[in-house]
Structures are given as C-alpha cells and as structure tokens.
Design a protein around this ligand. Structure first.
Ligand SMILES: O=C(CO)[C@H](O)[C@H](O)COP(=O)(O)O
Ligand SMILES: [Co+2]
Length: 214
C-alpha cells in the first residue's frame, strides 16, 4: 500500500504545531523527521528535545530519519522522545548490525538508509532484521534538491532483493508527482516529500501523490 510521509524540513518552523495538525487532517500516513548533525551531513536541524515537544501535538507515526554520525548514542533518546520508527544510515555507523539491534531493542520499527552512491550489497546480510529500506534519491542534507534519476534502477534491484519479505521501500529527495510515479513503478511504497508538499497547496499536492496509479 502506498504511504505518504511529508518531511517537516520544508514546513514553517515558526508554526510547526499548525503544520502537523493540518497534515493530520489531510490524512498522511506518517511524519518524516530529518535529524541532521552538521557532521554526517552539512546541515543542522533538531534533536530529541524538539521531537519530544512535537510529540505533544499529534499521535501520527513519527518516522525519524537520522542523518547523524554514530547514531547509536542517540537511539534510546530519540525513542524516549516519541519516535515510532528510526532509520539509520549505513554510511554513518561502523557496525550496522549492532545499530539495527539497538533500535529493535527499543521496540520501534527500524530502517536502513543508503546514500545515492552506496551499493545495496550489504543489505543482504540484514534483510531479515529490518522493517524498511530508505533509498536516498538526493544527497542528504537539504530539501529542494533535484531527483537523481539513476536511483530508479537501484529501486528495482532493491525490490528484487526484498523478494516476498514485508519490508517497506521508501524514497526520499526530489519527490514530486512525476518522480514519485517512476519510483512507485520501480517498487517503492513510501514517498517522502518536503518541498513538493509544502511549497504550494498542501491538500492538492498530497492528493496528487495519493492518486498516482501503479
Ligand atoms: O532527508 C532529506 C534531506 O536529506 C529530506 O527528507 C528530503 O530532502 C525531503 O526534501 P525534498 O522533498 O524537498 O527533497
Ligand atoms: Co529524509
């Protein structure tokens, strides 16, 4: 089933409660929270304290995309703050298997993210431990970047690797109604979209994504 995950990165940070309540009324499937440390990626966003405050505004699923070096130290804090799912970058941890187990121990969903130039090969060894794979369709760090088209092929290869396992395949970066269609046809089922949803009429943009036919 297709799921829509608006990224708060492009929301109005002076009115986050209002933005989240509107997304709730537009029946999105989850809220995508981009955590950045200025080290793994060249940008800084928010951490556990801010996520804890946002948690008070909604019961929507919080899908935390951790773009931080050495994620292990923050995993318990992010879960305590209210995350329902945590996605860690393979490139940000030396011991991917251990980091995955740490998230699982906290009782929330676990995803592994790959940068555009990272091969899917190492996923093979953790496939039976994870709930989601996030394929970055831009280089992480900023909203509003251009979709990297070569990743469509990677989506197809990843979908094949997943086989009949119940693992969600999420895409993130440069998603609009055109690129979303290509990703869905290739096998993705969760669309993260920031600038496309927030720049303009949210209701119309979310509807357009939901209406994409397979
Ligand atoms: O992880 C991210 C950036 O690193 C964001 O989720 C992503 O870029 C969403 O923004 P947009 O849809 O505007 O590309
Ligand atoms: Co993201």
């Amino acid at each position: 089933m297709l799921k829509i995950a608006p990224s708060l990165l492009s929301a109005d940070f002076a009115n986050l409660e209002r933005e989240i309540k509107q997304l709730h009324s537009l029946k999105v499937d989850m809220i995508h929270l981009d955590m950045m440390d200025g080290n793994f990626v060249p940008n800084i966003t928010f951490g556990p304290d801010q996520i804890k405050d946002l948690r008070k505004t909604t019961d929507l699923f919080f899908d935390v995309h951790m773009m931080i070096q050495n994620p292990d130290q923050f995993i318990p804090k992010i879960v305590q703050a209210g995350a329902n799912g945590i996605t860690i970058h393979q490139e940000a941890t030396t011991h991917l298997h251990r980091s995955i187990q740490l998230v699982k121990d906290q009782g929330v969903k676990v995803g592994v993210a790959l940068n555009p130039a990272t091969s899917i090969d190492s996923l093979k060894y953790v496939l039976d431990d994870i709930d989601m794979i996030l394929l970055m369709t831009v280089n992480p760090g900023f909203g509003g970047q251009k979709f990297i088209k070569v990743i469509v092929e990677k989506i197809k290869e990843t979908k094949k690797m997943i086989g009949n396992r119940s693992i969600d395949l999420q895409v993130d970066g440069g998603i609009n109604e055109i690129t979303a269609k290509e990703c869905i046809q290739a096998g993705a089922n969760i669309l993260v979209a920031g600038s496309y949803i927030f720049n303009g009429e949210k209701e119309k943009n979310i509807r357009k994504l939901k209406e994409i036919q397979f």
